[in-house]
Design a binder for this molecule. Structure first.
Ligand code: NAD
Length: 498
């Protein structure tokens, strides 16, 4: 089969005005960190982009002190309508600088420009617009009369959707009246630092949002700081567990958005063309660096071979390469460490007896790359069916009855998301009701909306982000005392999971 060749269509980087060095953003100013520095590199070329300050414990303390001062003196005295005006302003500035943010995100993260341009950045603006609307309506959020902000929120985010995860954290925190100290991931600090410039442009009062860069030690310093009232973490289950232990027994509030191993279930009456696109979007969007990725495909046995064949045909048309090329479908893996993990788990898949297949594709010489991969003959006990690979790797299994599909889908320590493909609404509702996953998509996958709550069961964490629920994570009913955090990600109550 021959395919149309696409001429290169690289997005220009002339829109970027990057500095060669970035300090920490504390109390409204860029300031040098005292914990040394590190380079952020482009994962598609391994070329350095900028030198970034690492925040020491003392720097984190400076940031928390600034956030507390801003909370006491400014932010907690503003009306909701005035807080909302700042959020609207930030949303509009994100839209104005959208192209620059998209290019920076693709450069630093490796994701295709068409995703950062059409998904990440528009959703960032949408999140700020949405929560701007809530800022003066907290009394009507169904969270009790006169709900109050918690104080200083300490937030730690991962590298897969760097600016979007920042928006998920910062927008509801500010709308609810909290101030913030946030740490982006060490491999993707760039858009958070451009966002700091946006905060300056928006004239957000100094100290309301502080951005400290650094690795895990900086995140840990935020989490254990005694003057932080609320910790919001998105990242791996292992680190989430550590954080839960650190703050257990304190009066800090905690939300954890952790890993996943979602089942994408295709019944034999599903619209196959649509399902194929949904499966591809489910696992190859953002190189599979998606916590809610549909990494376990469960196909009804009667259509298994047809679906696998059509999937293979579709994968041969995916264009893997330069993230800044507008035709690219699959970009670079974010880091050498992540690439090593994807390779290791994929090799284990083969050793365990699963059948591995990738389309022929030429991968660039420099940078971190992994071809889209499908495993068939996978059993539920295989590590590739149980562990989060966080890469462009799909494990395919089959089932005969809805009951078997549900049992296999729920056979996981995680519980973040799931997908169901069927022509029958009644079947979709019946199966969705029995799946233990926080988000369930029907005849679609990986759709996000700021009004819709997102979060997991079991080892996928607890608490919800997005919507009214996401607001509740940053508010306490008037007169209440902040409740202690639970000791383990699995000890979440039924109420928290709902
Ligand atoms: P990670 O846990 O290694 O790192 C996440 C963040 O935590 C980074 O900023 C890191 O510097 C920081 N960190 C590391 N050790 C820390 C410590 N001891 N204390 C405090 N902070 C610390 O995860 P990652 O590799 O960056 O991200 C991938 C993971 O994130 C995947 O498991 C993915 O499923 C998950 N994720 C979940 C969601 C969700 O909403 N559920 C969204 C995106 C990513």
């Amino acid at each position: 089969m021959s395919f149309l060749e696409y001429a290169p269509a690289p997005e220009s980087t002339s829109v970027l005005h990057l500095r060669s060095e970035y300090g920490l953003f504390i109390d409204g100013e860029f300031t040098e960190g005292t914990g040394g520095s590190f380079q952020t590199i482009s994962p598609s070329t391994e070329q350095p982009i900028a030198t970034i300050s690492a925040a020491s414990d003392a720097d984190v303390d400076r940031a928390v002190v600034a956030a507390r001062r801003a909370y006491d003196r400014v932010w907690s005295n503003l009306s909701g309508a005035d807080r909302g005006k700042y959020l609207f302003r930030i949303a509009r500035l994100v839209q104005e600088r959208a192209r620059e943010l998209a290019v920076a995100e693709s450069l630093d993260n490796g994701k295709p420009i068409k995703e950062s341009r059409d998904v990440d950045v528009p959703l960032v603006a949408a999140w700020f617009f949405y929560y701007a609307g809530w800022a003066d309506k907290l009394d009507y959020a169904g969270l009790g009369a006169n709900p109050r902000a918690l104080g200083v929120a300490g937030q730690v985010i991962p590298w897969n959707f760097p600016l979007l995860m920042l928006a998920w954290k910062v927008a509801p925190a500010l709308a609810a009246g909290n101030t913030v100290v946030i740490k982006p991931a060490e491999t993707t600090p760039l858009t958070a630092l451009i966002f700091a410039e946006i905060l300056q442009q928006a004239e957000l009062p100094a100290g309301v949002v502080n951005i400290v860069t650094g690795a895990g030690a900086t995140g840990a310093a935020i989490v254990r700081h005694p003057d932080v009232n609320k910790v919001a973490f998105t990242g791996s289950t292992a680190v989430g567990r550590e954080i839960a232990k650190t703050i257990a027994g304190s009066d800090k509030r905690l939300t954890l958005e952790l890993g996943g191993k979602a089942a994408n279930i295709v019944f034999d009456d599903a619209p196959i063309d649509q399902a194929i696109e949904g499966i591809v979007n489910g696992i190859f969007f953002n190189q599979g660096h998606v916590c809610c990725a549909g990494s376990r495909l469960l196909v009804q046995e009667s259509i298994h071979d047809e679906v696998v064949d059509r999937l293979k045909q579709r994968l041969q048309t995916l264009r893997v390469g330069d993230p800044l090329d507008k035709n690219t479908d699959v970009g670079a893996i974010n880091s050498a460490e992540q690439l090593a993990r994807i390779r290791e788990l994929s090799d284990i898949g083969e050793l365990e007896g699963a059948e591995r297949w990738s389309p022929a594709c030429e991968l660039p010489e420099n940078g971190f790359w992994f071809a889209p991969t499908i495993f068939t003959n996978v059993s539920t006990s295989h590590r590739i069916a149980r562990e989060e690979i966080f890469g462009p790797v799909l494990s395919v299994m089959s089932f005969r009855t809805p009951a078997e599909a549900i049992a296999k889908a729920n056979n996981t320590p995680y519980g973040l998301s799931a997908g169901i493909w069927s022509d029958k609404g009644s079947r979709i509702l019946a199966v969705a009701d029995k799946l233990r996953a926080g988000v369930i998509w029907a005849n679609t996958f990986n759709r996000f909306d700021p009004a819709s709550p997102f979060g997991g069961y079991q080892e996928s964490g607890y608490g919800r982000e997005g919507g009214r629920h996401g607001l509740g994570a940053y508010l306490a009913p008037a007169g209440s005392s902040v409740t202690a955090a639970s000791a383990s990600p699995t000890s979440t109550t039924k109420e928290e999971q709902r």
